[in-house]
Write a protein that binds this ligand. Structure first.
Ligand SMILES: [Zn+2]
Length: 254
């Protein structure tokens, strides 16, 4: 795959800055307010970080909404709602598999048709049937420390889900202005998906993306700043593997 004729790899490097305080609790992937974790998630060095999976999930949801509402994208982009209404059902996939089951190259044909049937967002972010082209590393803290603030929140009664009388708890948040190292790659991006890739970058750079818990209170606004985009192709792949990224590999799209 690596030396495939159509190989390409986009790399986006930059800084993800918190524009409002950020609360990503340990084990808060469920986003369940009742299961409120008090501490922010930290890495093995005890520093707060932003899990790549959380960022990717939020990014995907935002892209789905934007593409479906026609905001910021060409009419040609399509998106399903992967959780509630996926573009490909198991029945459709079984039908495609059945169609090619007697062919010699059934695996390739089946994979090709499944890929063609998927919506643009699934093609980039992955689905049950195809791996994601896009990956985001965990964003580690840039610099030695971040300011962690303790905040009062209203305690929630776990039995009833209502605010418990006179009970307060503290939760931690990373202060606004914290900077994290951002690194995202997209492999083998089809030409017709480049506009969607630009939309992904624009959303990251807009400062509108909200991560973690308590976003309804305005928390978790992050913005991609000071970023550079590189494009690796067959032409510069060898140089990239031997020497790493260089300015000649920069990709600009404005
Ligand atoms: Zn889809």
């Amino acid at each position: 795959m690596l030396f495939d004729k159509y190989y390409n790899k986009y790399i986006v490097k930059g800084i993800l800055r918190t524009n409002t305080p950020l609360h990503i609790g340990a084990g808060e992937d469920s986003f369940n307010p009742i299961q409120a974790d008090k501490g922010v998630i930290v890495d093995h060095n005890g520093k707060p970080y932003i899990p790549g999976s959380s960022l990717k999930g939020v990014l995907r949801t935002n892209i789905e909404i934007m593409v479906n509402s026609g905001i910021g994208s060409k009419d040609s982009s399509k998106s399903c709602l992967i959780v509630n209404n996926p573009c490909l059902t198991k029945e459709q996939v079984d039908k495609i598999k059945n169609k090619y089951k007697h062919d010699d190259d059934k695996d390739l044909k089946t994979a090709q048709e499944i890929y063609e049937e998927m919506c643009d967002v699934c093609k980039i972010f992955g689905s049950n049937y195809f791996a994601s082209k896009l990956s985001i590393r965990d964003s580690t803290l840039k610099g030695e420390k971040a300011y962690i603030q303790k905040r009062d929140g209203v305690a929630i009664d776990r039995e009833t889900g209502t605010a418990a009388d006179n009970k307060k708890y503290d939760y931690e948040q990373v202060a606004a202005g914290a900077e994290f190292n951002f690194y995202m790659t997209v492999d083998n991006l089809d030409d017709e998906l480049v506009d969607l890739f630009k939309l992904i970058i624009n959303i990251l750079a807009s400062g509108e993306l909200q991560l973690g818990g308590k976003t309804t209170y305005g928390l978790g606004r992050v913005q991609l700043i000071d970023y550079e985009i590189y494009k690796i192709t067959n032409q510069n792949l060898k140089q990239y593997l031997l020497e790493g990224l260089s300015d000649e590999m920069r990709w600009s799209y404005v």
